[in-house]
Design a binder for this molecule. Structure first.
Ligand SMILES: [Zn+2]
Length: 168
């Protein structure tokens, strides 16, 4: 496993709508291994492939830091089937170092994806897990958490965003 550099806001790859994974070959497995290593070292909860510069439709989530019963989960070609509820929560993104935003998103989500063995699975996530799934899913669509801000709130962090984009 090798750590890959995390792409920071300003890099156009973060705005790409990612490509479906047609085959879970060695290249895809290596990508998942590397992303796992990268996520653990960055101590994040989730990481999408586009955040390491690869515009493929997959992400990983590791909630073991907040819940010892959790383990790393891989979501290949994820689809959001259903959402319900609404909750405000603070969230961060590894592509936006030190930026934390209070955002409203659905409280629960039903998601379908494929794992690294090629098995299709469905999962119902709530709370932090739902938040992580929705955040990472957005990355696969080229969407970022700042897109959920109101125009006014976005104006207020304009300077910070410009600084991030300048170093990327
Ligand atoms: Zn993110």
């Amino acid at each position: 496993m090798a750590k890959r550099p995390i792409v920071i806001y300003g890099d156009p790859v973060l705005r790409e709508v990612t490509q479906t994974v047609d085959e879970i070959n060695q290249e895809v497995k290596d990508l998942v291994y590397d992303m796992t290593d990268t996520l653990k070292k960055a101590k994040g909860l989730g990481l999408a492939a586009s955040q390491v510069g690869v515009a493929r439709r997959l992400f990983i989530i590791d909630l073991s830091a907040v819940d010892i019963n959790e383990s790393l989960k891989v979501f290949i070609n994820p689809e959001i089937l259903e959402t319900s509820g609404e909750i405000e929560m603070e969230e961060g993104c590894l592509s936006f170092p030190e930026l934390y935003l209070k955002l409203t998103r659905p409280e629960r989500v039903r998601v379908r994806a494929v794992d690294t063995e090629g098995n299709r699975f469905e999962m119902i996530a709530e709370g932090v897990a739902a938040r992580a799934v929705l955040h990472e899913f957005d990355h696969t669509q080229g969407k970022l958490f700042i897109d959920l801000l109101t125009p006014l709130a976005r104006t207020m962090i304009k300077g910070r965003l410009r600084k991030l984009a300048a170093v990327s």
